[in-house]
Design a protein around this ligand. Sequence first.
Ligand code: ADP
Length: 257
Amino acid sequence: MSDSSSMIVFENVEKRFGDHVVLRDLDFTVAPGEFVTLIGPSGSGKTTILRLLMTLERVNAGRIHVGGECLTHMPKGDREVPANEKHLRRMRKRIGMVFQQFNLFPNMDVLQNVTEAPVRALGLSKQDAEARAVELLELVGLGDKVREHPSRLSGGQQQRVAIARALAMRPEVLLLDEVTSALDPELVAGVLKVLKDIATTTDITFLCVTHEMQFARDVSDRVLMFDRGQVIEDAPPEKLFTDPDHERTREFLHAVL
Ligand code: ADP
């Protein structure tokens, strides 16, 4: 399970909130460069998985590995102990996330939004960070908006700034949490196109939670169907969406498609 050729490994992960077991004995892996989408009913634990990877939550049992390194635990002498803040901070740099709400800094312009973290957290010079930010903003189709403030942009444009901001940190893994849910329908396609372009032209590993089944079908290498905190089906999209093995998957797809 925890072979070092995987980019993400969940190994017997359990996550509880009080008595409520959200993830139980969860095992899955994601290979480097793979695009994996998590689908399943609301409340099945998908966002919790992304939050564990972002170290916004801690596991109750099990291990998570990212890029061949344990995220949740660290060595201490000849033992393993839960990761401390310093270890988590270092690991977090390898992972980017784009949220449903774009969470841009409202008091900064677009360029500053994209350069702030690389300067502060990666130690890039302002000049290098700006050159890279402009490239990324061009990549997401916002080369002409670098000096705009977020409030003057559409939701789709703001989300594309958030994508550029995440990429500016050069993550090995990019987590996408319902990134189009807060957008007006006519803005969804532009954001999904940008993500597809990035997924197909970079070696970033993607873990994506989405209700956009067509997008999931279009870009994913694998789709994992979740139910009550466990993976009940793991298949390429062409199999999972057309000929799922599980009745539960069929019911879910029937309800959402
Ligand atoms: P999904 O993303 O599949 O909709 P979530 O991971 O958001 O599911 O939530 C899974 C379950 O965990 C839900 O029952 C939710 O209410 C619960 N949960 C998530 N976060 C918390 C929290 N901070 N405190 C208590 N319960 C939580």
